[in-house]
Every structure is written in structure tokens, then in C-alpha cells.
Design a protein around this ligand. Sequence first.
Ligand code: PEP
Ligand code: MG
Length: 757
Amino acid sequence: MLSTLRSIVQEVNTATDLKSALDIVVSRVQQALGANACAMYQLDSSHSHFALCAARGLKEEAVGKVRLKLSEGLVGLVGSRAEPLNLEDASSHPNYQYFPETGEEQFHSFLGVPIIHHRNVLGVLIVQDEERHKFDEDTESFLVTLASQLAVVLAHAYVTGAIKQADRAGRKKYVVFEGGAGAPGVAIGQVVVTYPPADLDAVPDKKAEDVDEELKLFNQSVRNVKRDIRAVSIKLSSNLGVEERALFGVYIKILDDNALVGEVAALIKQGQWAQGALRDVINQHVKAFEIMDDAYLRERSTDIRDLGRRILGYLQEKQLQKREFPDNTILMGEELTPADLGLVPKGKLVGMVSLRGSRNSHIAILARAMEVPTIVGADLPYKQMDGLEVIVDGYQGKVFPNPKRELKQHFTAVIKEEKAMEKGLEALSGLPAETQDKYRIPLRVNTGLLSDVARSLERGAEGVGLYRTEVPFMMTDHFPSEKQQREFYRGHLEAFAPHPVTMRTLDVGGDKELPYFPISDANPFLGWRGIRITLDHPEIFLVQVRAMLQASEGLDNLRIMLPMISNVTEVEEALHHIHQAYYEVREEGFDVIMPPIGVMVEVPAAVYQAREMAQRVDFLSVGSNDLTQYILAVDRNNSYVADLYHSYHPAVLKALRSVVNQAHLENKPVSICGELAGEPGGAILLLAMGYDELSMNASNILRVKQAIRSVTLKRAKELLEEVLQIDCADAIQHVLNKALSEFGLETIDTTIQVSRS
Ligand code: PEP
Ligand code: MG
């Protein structure tokens, strides 16, 4: 059963378009189950009908003609109930509806299963038999399993079709892809797809700009690979037997044979660029081998893939050097990482779209800091979108491909409104963050990039509440030396002096990896990250702390903060190292003072032991991004569960209040540096809880200041008491939104009133 399933899914994957994918499904299922008929009904784009889109055993001319309303017929019943239906005699069911054009009157038994992707019914797959019988349990579970796997393939095929639809969409219609709102703002620009090197599956579609040039490059790359294989074969000849050496011969033969090379050349001549043509041909050959029954021949797929990767390596070497970025680049990729930001020359990046990740991934946090409108967790056919014009709506998490004039006018007006709003807020930069009843709270910034500094100072930041030191570590290709680190830390400390700069010790792991320090954890957010790594590598930790201390000489505005602490032993060990570094640095002649040390409260264990932590250090700082993910057991980087990640969850709010109360029992200040502090509603609640300082992206400082200046502490406390009585995150969000509009705080609304296609 498993191998039949696998081979059907693989075959469907080879289909070049949705129609042929669906034809493969119905014919293979009919064959595998020995059923008299098999048919597939697809939910149409207006979500109002199921349409017969592929069939075997039914009259084929009915395909495209039979349509049922959502709850009509047995198909409608399967779709609306979202569960299988297995009937011995379909015609005696009250929902049975007869469509003469299908010729299905001869069939009695009926089994239908829904195809569901992310809670949405995409279609219904049915099998029918003339004989009156109930399909057995094995058949039912086979079809349910197949449907669950096909859902992903079909969902992808649908979105791919949507791109073509965007080209044709009439003036009043548009195609839209939805994802998570990663960073607010609107951008109109041209897509540049970024992809990891030497990965055939990641190569996007692109038109060949110069066919002859692409052919030349491809032939040269093939020659280079042949040369490499011959060289390896000669080098290993004394160690290998005849049989093993013959393998190299097979490789060369594949490349000499005009089949593979000729097919790639033909696709290039049709206008595909060399990398895309190579990807398609290799994939076709690999799939052809993979579905073979003979184990030896199946193994040959590995050789073909390997050859493909080698040729790709040479193609990319040349093509990456020539890569150009338009002035209004929208960077798009399967999983954008902070390092991808460095790809685009300064000033050219206007928006980003990542298929993976969520609002709380580090790429989204950096995007907000850089004020680059960004969508995360978007399900779209990015490989076909290179060079396309798109609009990114970072407020609503939407991407509009090939926008028509009307849509562009709408969003250009939104961009103007944003600018006007920013101008209005600028007037607040010199004013304190003070409530109407004169309660003042320092607003600090979260930094990482050097470019954050100027923006923060312009907006009146009173120091740094979180300097993510891993960001500069990500921009280099080896661990920076003590001297290099001292220089960039000094830059930060000087820029903000006399205000404090809170430097967090290296926090890698989770979704932050250094290219030169790979970590392979099955469960990265619960694995080796933050303080766990640096305590295991004192040589890295000590160098970093020494560099921080040296950089603080004469400025005395350094604070050091420890990430991902889950027990007091980690705090004590880290303090021990920091004291060692301090004495060493003083011995070397640096006139430095011992900086205040803080613990980040990011895991539930630290919430319950906040008081014990506070007894050992000078301050606490809550990392609400991680704290939320660990309290709610929701991976902050996983778009599948992004809707469950909610910082206003009552459990999170209770934990946040508990930390302040415990720290204040020890007379220790508490700061918060998670994204929640940068939301106007969040900032008001945190102020009411008693947080001593708030730290956020520079882009949020003025909006938060405006929120604080628009309330009294008394009203903020009433609001807090009100929300703490509510047991559901969405209801809390609703109450907060209402309160914000009552305080006169405006937000940008990008909703467009145009019919959807
Ligand atoms: C946090 O977890 O809230 C935090 C500030 O740290 P980071 O987002 O860098 O993990
Ligand atoms: Mg964190």
C-alpha cells in the first residue's frame, strides 16, 4: 500500500500542470483499487461549486460540465462535512443526485473522501463500483491517506495556476496570496528570488536573457564536470577495482549521451534559462528512475541528481557573479534568513516575502527594525515569480502579483498616508514617554545592525535595552576576533552614551545559525541555544565578554544580559566567567567598572524562579518572543501554527505580571525587550504592570510614545485589570483595539473594495 501511495504521489509530482496531475490521480487510483470509476471534483475559485475536473470510468465529456453547489449531492455532502462517505447503494441516499451526462446510473457503491489543506476543502475524490458493496476498510484508509498527501501537491498546483490567472485578470479583479504580516508597510516592486546554492529543487524559473550565452555557459559547465570526473577517476585509480572505476565511466557516458544534455539545450532554446532547464530535465530523469521496480535502476536516480548538482555548481558560479538587483527589489525565497539581507545593495530593498517563518521569526523582527514591509509564511509559487511586479501589503500579510492600475493607485495612496503619519509622529521625538498623569517610563531600543543606531537616536531612544550581538556575528564568515568585537561594541556604546547599552551575550541556535558554526538539532528551539552553547564554549563566551568590557572603558554605560536561562546554575556559571573576564581585563590595564548583569526571562522555568534569579543579578529583562513560544508550545518560526502564537494569551499576560512582582520583591528593575513592548496596546499593559523600562525596534518608538502620552496611568491600570479578567486571547485583543481607538490612536487601513477573482 505504501509503495503504491508513494508512486502515485511521485507521478503526480512529475505533472507539468494541474489538469495532467488530476488525470494521473484518477487513472492511477482507479487502477490501484480496481474500481469501476474514479473521479475528482474541485472546489472552484469562487468557493461556491464543486466541478468535475477529471474522471475515469465515467463519460469523459462530462468533465468540466458537471457542477454541484456546496451542499448538493453526495460530493457536496463529503465536502461540507469534511469526512469520508462510504455507501453500499448511493442512489438510496437522500442526498443522491443524478447527473445523466456522467453515465453514473450503472454504479451503486460510492466512496468519497475530502481533500483538505490547512482546514480548507480543496476537492473531493470518489470511487464507484457497479456491484452493491461497501468499500472495505483498507480501501477507505488508502484513499484517506492518499487524499492527505495529494492536498499539498494540489494546493501548490492551484497557487501556480493563480499566477497565470493574475496575467489575465480583468481590470476589476485581482489575484492575491496570503501570509503572515511580518513587518508593516506597503511596497511596490520587482521580485528577485533568492535560493540556496547547489540545490536543484530551489532553482526558480527565469527567462533566458541571451539564449546563446546560456547555451555556451551550460556546455562549458558540462565540460568542467567531465573534466572533474576524469581527474577524480585517475586520482583514485590505484585504490579502486574495475567495477567501482566503471561508475565514473557511467557518469561520463551520461554526459556524452545526447539525451540529457540535448534535452537541456532544447529547453534553453525554448527560452528557459540554463539553471531552470537543467532542473527540469534532471528532475524528469530522476523521477523516471525512482518509479522503476528494479532496485539497481532506482539507485541510478542518485547518480543523475549528483551530476545535475555538479553542473549546477558551475552554472551558479558564473551566474551569481552577474546577479543584478533592481532599485525596488522585493526579495522572495523559501526561507529568508537574516544573512539574506546582506545580499541586496543598500537602498535597493523595498520588501520581502518568505514562504517559511512567522511574525516572530528573526527575519521578521529584523525586517521591522529595518522598516522593510515583509510577508512571512506565504503560500505562493515563488519559483515562477522572479522578475514579476508585485505589491506587498505588510499590514494585512498580502501579496498581489501583476497588479493592475487601480490596485497600484490604491496602494500608492496608502504609501502617501504612511509618510504623512510618520511626519506627524516625528514631532514626538524630543518629548518624554510620559502619561497624562506624569508617569514616566524610559523607552530603549533593540539593535543589532549598525544602521539601527542613527534611526534610534533620531527618534529619541534613551539607550539600548537589547543589543542582539549575534547579528554582527552573522555578517562575517568566521567568529569575529576580540579586537573586531571590541570595535563594533565600542561604536554602539559611544553612540548612546551616557545612556545604557544592554548587550546580550551570543544567542545563536533556534532559527539563528552562524554559517561557520552549524548546529543540527532535531528540535532547535528546545535544543542547544543561547547560554547553553556559550557555557559549553567558554572560549567564545570569555572573548565576547572581554571585548564588551574593554569597549566600555571610560564610558561605563555597558550592561550585560544572559539569554535562554532556565536554571540558577547557568546564572552562577555565567557570573563566574564574567568575573574572570573582568579581572583579566583590569589586569591588562583597562580601567573598567563591573557592569550590571541581567538575566533574560524567556522560558517558563525562569518565570517561576524569577525571584531567585533576581537575587543573583542586577536586573531582569523579559524576552516575550521566546517566552510566548515556550508557554504556548508554539514554534515561533512555524507558519503552520502562527495563528496560535498570541502574546495577549491570558497565560502569557499572567506570567508577565508575575515576573515584575517577583523582581520588585527583591527591589530589582525589570525591563521587557520582546516585540510586545513595541505594540501600542502591549506597551500600555506593560506600563500598568509596573515594568521599569520598555525596549523595542526603533521603528516602533514614536508610536509607543504616542500611546503612552495618550493615557493616564490610572486608565492603563483599569484596562489591565479588565483584560486580566478575560480568558481568551482574541477577546483581549478586541478590548485592546477598542481602547486604542478610544485613546485616539490611528492605524493604517489597507483594505481594498474590489471584487476578487
Ligand atoms: C525574545 O525572545 O523576546 C527576545 C527579545 O530575544 P530574541 O527575539 O532575539 O530571541
Ligand atoms: Mg529570545
